[in-house]
Design a protein around this ligand. Structure first.
Ligand code: SF4
Length: 228
């Protein structure tokens, strides 16, 4: 299957939630400035996603071959034990918001624009997951992202982008020489079907991470991923 693009993604912003996230008092003097920014972002924002459905061809101890592209990660390998079909993907806040935010000089408004771009990215991720569930009925899914664990480091972006072909470029995502994505508010990875839900945070000891989605489980690697 070739890559597909989703570029008509709803991007709702709940102002109440945004005021709360930014600790801005309703009715305060900053609200009008923020509302102006939100209106502009919603007028131009086009979050996007690209993905493909791909089949696993073979597995080693710490490697998985997906349609001729070899990924090296023990955790990915174990997580894909029962999977046959996976969904490599990229999502982004979109170049429209990226270019708009880079034209803002005011530091406070730049920070707000960053938070809005993050919301656009989250909307793209949520939309893609719902799309995959609607179209492929994969059952429960989890995802892994290159660079979120030492076990699956950032340079594996090269393989992921190779597998996705022209998908990332078609939605304006570029990979730098250090394997970071531009726009920076982009997420890449592989969605896979699994009965047992997985988050990289379970294996990540980083303290006080604002993005943590699950508590660190210090025994999990030994229990589940250490080769016997
Ligand atoms: S705890 Fe934070 S740094 Fe670690 S995997 Fe989760 S989001 Fe990433």
């Amino acid at each position: 299957m070739d890559f597909l693009v989703l570029d008509n993604i709803p991007f709702p912003i709940d102002p109440e939630q945004l005021y709360k996230n930014l600790k801005i008092k309703k009715g305060g003097e900053l609200v009008a400035r923020l509302n102006h920014l939100v209106d502009k972002a919603q007028a131009i924002g086009r979050p996007k996603a690209s993905y493909k459905a791909a089949f696993i061809e073979s597995r080693g101890d710490d490697q998985v071959n997906v349609e001729g592209v070899m990924f090296t990660s023990r955790v990915l390998r174990v997580n894909l034990e029962k999977a046959h079909r996976v969904f490599p993907f990229v999502t982004t806040c979109g170049l429209e918001l990226e270019e708009w935010s880079s034209s803002i000089d005011d530091l406070l408004e730049k920070y707000w624009a960053d938070v809005i771009k993050e919301m656009a990215l989250r909307a793209a991720l949520k939309h893609l997951k719902e799309h995959l569930i609607d179209h492929f009925q994969p059952g429960k899914m989890s995802r892994m992202n290159p660079g979120s664990l030492a076990d699956w480091p950032l340079p594996e972006q090269r393989q992921l982008f190779a597998l996705l072909g022209g998908g990332p470029a078609s939605i304006g995502i570029k990979l730098t020489d250090s394997f970071l994505m531009v726009p920076i508010k982009s997420v890449s990875g592989i969605w896979f079907p699994t009965e047992e839900s997985f988050e990289s945070c379970l294996l990540c000891p980083r303290e006080k991470c604002p993005g943590r989605r699950a508590p660190y489980d210090p025994d999990l690697y030994e229990r589940k991923y250490r080769p016997k």
